[in-house]
Ligand binder design. Structure first.
Ligand code: SAH
Length: 498
């Protein structure tokens, strides 16, 4: 069956600016086709089996032709499943989203659009610039700065005459020409101009000048694409409205070594305060089946209920069952529970309709749905990864007899190389994080680490850092995330004052 495509706006950069609807859809996607300006941390929300297709171009490389991207969308959708076409900002603001929608329509592929916050508005906000203002601008105009050689479709006379804010996207290579054309057509040379690079990211940079000076300022500072050019008096409001660049950890790139998979509170806090937190090593989970000989099905009759915790567990369960010369007929007496929609589908693929369904991996939800039956002394066989079955069995045994049946292991592997030199600080939240980081760093990287400011959450962590031959820059007096954050803030303040 043909799948569906969702043309989705990712917002200007700060990943928190993704809409709730977009995030929910991203989590369910079977494939994600994404661009260069999309922050890669958004992709972390995908499910493990989701396919990633990168169609962005680096500035100096050939872009993937638009027709090819459209073909990818059509093909992916025809394979079935949910395809997300993730674009920076809003998909219909210079994003060629309209063209992609037309192609999908012509190909008979169902599609939906989830709007995003365009950089032309949201990006300005992060530079302290309101796109309209009662006293300064009663309209705004979003214009492409990508001027085609030969014929220029823009009516510069009209543009120069507009009193509203002008926002140019894709205009950096033509900045000088844009300013000259506006002046030549009557705009005052003193009109304020701001250029905002990588808006709403922690490494955002912005500069201000006027129509005559901005080009030179941009050159001096080495400001490049992606950047927004804002022309108009609203730029003057920056000193009062520039909340983002005033955040205490703005422009700080901080490495947060990981202890385990999952979101780190420390990293989230750093981002809330304007910094960029990178969690490392990135922990990827792979499934590795346990040996078939370890699984016995001789006592299947003694169970009443069979719970599948993951789609992998369904796969491995049937492989094991068949290997023992049994099949689904041996499960007839069992009440089968599917945890998660993937499990439900996977069971259907095996010709089995689950007797009940629990939408999420939540002990409470399982109890709410099944609890009454279990009180009558049910015996449950719980199938999943080693980790899943043991945690769930532990919590469920208070309510029923539970036998965990681990069929595979989740193997953690590290991936993605990174440049340690780019970081302002490294924050260790436990001794495990010290060990985890050191096991993945090369000798050269360890030398770079020795030059960095190492922050520690407490004595044990500091001891671990020292035992490995490194120096602690600052140690929290109390082992709490807030204390570490305060140390970071004080350190930045100190560096500014010095
Ligand atoms: N659909 C996008 C625009 C795509 S065109 C949107 O709605 O924002 C690409 C241009 O958008 C870039 O050349 C740059 O001018 C601008 N842009 C997008 N994201 C940006 C960001 N975070 N900071 C500065 N400019 C950005």
């Amino acid at each position: 069956m043909t799948g569906k495509v969702v043309l989705m706006g990712a917002g200007p950069g700060d990943i928190g600016l993704l809409t709730v609807k977009a995030m929910e859809t991203l989590r369910r996607a079977d494939s994600i086709v994404y661009d260069r300006l999309v922050d890669s941390s958004l992709l972390a929300a995908r499910k493990p089996q989701c396919k990633l297709i990168y169609v962005g171009k680096e500035p100096s490389h050939h872009p993937i032709p638009q027709e090819e991207i459209e073909q990818i969308l059509v093909n992916e959708a025809r394979n079935g499943g949910l395809v997300v076409r993730l674009k920076a900002g809003d998909p219909y603001v210079f994003g060629r989203g309209g063209e992609e929608g037309e192609v999908l329509y012509d190909a008979g592929i169902p599609f939906e659009v989830i709007p995003g916050i365009t950089s032309a508005i949201g990006g300005l906000v992060y530079a302290g610039i309101p796109v309209t203002h009662r006293d300064y601008a009663s309209s705004f105009h979003v214009i492409t700065g990508h001027l085609k050689k030969g014929h220029d479709p823009l009516d510069w006379q009209s543009l120069a005459r507009l009193e509203g804010t002008l926002v140019f996207l894709m205009g950096m290579t033509n900045l000088q020409a844009i300013c000259e054309k506006l002046i030549r057509n009557g705009r005052s040379p003193e009109t304020s101009v701001a250029v905002v690079e990588w808006a709403s990211r922690s490494h955002q940079r912005s500069v201000v000048g006027d129509l005559t000076s901005i080009h030179e300022i941009v050159q001096k500072k080495g400001i490049h694409n992606p950047a927004l050019i804002v022309v108009g008096d609203v730029v003057k409001l920056r000193p009062k409205l520039n909340f983002f660049e005033s955040l205490p950890l703005f422009q700080q790139k901080i490495l947060v070594p990981r202890a385990r998979a999952g979101e780190s509170k420390l990293a989230r806090k750093i981002e809330e305060l304007g910094g960029k937190a990178v969690e490392y090593p990135q922990i990827a989970v792979q499934e590795q089946p346990l040996p078939k000989s370890d699984v016995t099905f001789s006592n299947l009759r003694s169970y009443d209920t069979l719970i599948f915790m993951s789609s992998e567990s369904v796969q491995y369960f049937f492989e094991n069952l068949l290997a023992k010369d049994k099949d689904s007929r041996d499960l007839q007496h069992l009440h089968i529970v599917a945890v998660g929609i993937d499990v439900l589908k996977c069971l259907q693929g095996k010709g089995i309709q689950a007797d009940s369904f629990c939408p999420r991996r939540s002990v409470q939800l399982l109890l709410d749905l099944q609890g009454e039956a279990w009180q009558r002394g049910m015996h449950i066989l719980l199938v999943g990864s080693e980790e899943l079955v043991h945690t769930f069995a532990e919590q469920l045994t208070r309510h029923a007899y539970v036998t965990p049946l681990p069929l595979y292991k989740e193997v953690r592997t590290t991936c993605k190389s990174f440049n340690l030199a780019e970081y302002n600080a490294i924050c260790f939240g436990s001794s495990t994080t010290v060990q985890n980081l050191l096991t993945v760093l090369t000798k050269e990287e360890q030398q770079v680490l020795a030059q960095k400011k190492l922050f520690s959450i407490g004595q044990m962590t500091s001891q671990s850092i020292r035992d490995n031959g490194f120096t602690v820059h600052q140690e929290a007096k109390k082992p709490s995330i807030d204390e570490v954050i305060q140390l970071l803030i004080d350190d930045v303040k100190g560096a500014v004052l010095a």
